[in-house]
Design a binder for this molecule. Structure first.
Ligand code: XMP
Ligand code: MG
Length: 183
């Protein structure tokens, strides 16, 4: 049962959808005539990307990467591994990285360095969530949905051991749940 895994709902479905629409408008204004490419990090960032892409009213393309830094545990290993690379060439393109959450920032720091080497026109970060108190590296985030406290959250793409990504809201996961309890 969901009550067994949810401590509190931090960001409701309505709040997420409202913010996504605002970000879509902002990006459409900032990138008009720039033909941006939105790069999402599988799997968590995909839910956000799909809603965001429908809120953007200018021509743009999308692509995906898989980067692994967490495994199935709740704590970062600090080791970032590129599991799947982009299909598109991003040279001279306006790149927007679409993330679900920035925690320590180590994942994005690694990604930015690796993508910068391909000489894009620009790279900016768009993340739905950020835990600023957890940051280990300095990152410039151009588009931010919501700042959240240092709590482990699931929903809207974020998982615990691959489950709960489908929840339409962001909620704090009960810290005493050690065995997966399926919906
Ligand atoms: P870093 O520390 O590199 O981590 O910024 C980014 C990645 O860590 C995962 N992450 C979470 N996943 N609930 C989750 O389900 C959380 O509260 C959480 N905090 C970080 C996530 O995969 C993100 O891309
Ligand atoms: Mg995860």
């Amino acid at each position: 049962m969901l009550e067994n895994i949810i401590e509190e709902i931090l960001i409701s479905e309505e709040m997420i959808q409202k913010r996504v629409k605002e970000l879509g408008k902002q990006i459409s204004r900032d990138y008009a005539d720039k033909d941006p490419i939105l790069i999402s990090i599988l799997k968590g960032g995909v839910y956000f990307l799909i809603d965001l892409t429908r809120a953007i009213t200018i021509p743009h393309t999308i692509d995906f990467m898989v980067v692994s830094s967490y495994g199935d545990s709740r704590e970062t290993s600090g080791i970032v591994r590129l599991v799947k690379d982009l299909k598109e060439d991003i040279r001279h393109r306006y790149v927007l990285i679409i993330e679900d959450i920035i925690d320590s920032g180590l994942t994005l720091d690694y990604l930015l360095k690796s993508l910068q080497a391909r000489e894009p026109q620009s790279i900016e970060i768009c993340t739905l969530l950020s835990k600023p108190s957890r940051r280990k590296v300095d990152l410039h985030v151009k588009y931010l949905g919501y700042e959240i406290p240092d709590k482990f959250v699931v929903g809207y793409g974020l998982d615990y051991q691959q489950y709960y990504r489908n929840l339409p809201f962001i909620c704090v996961f009960k810290s005493d749940v050690s065995v997966i309890s399926k919906q």
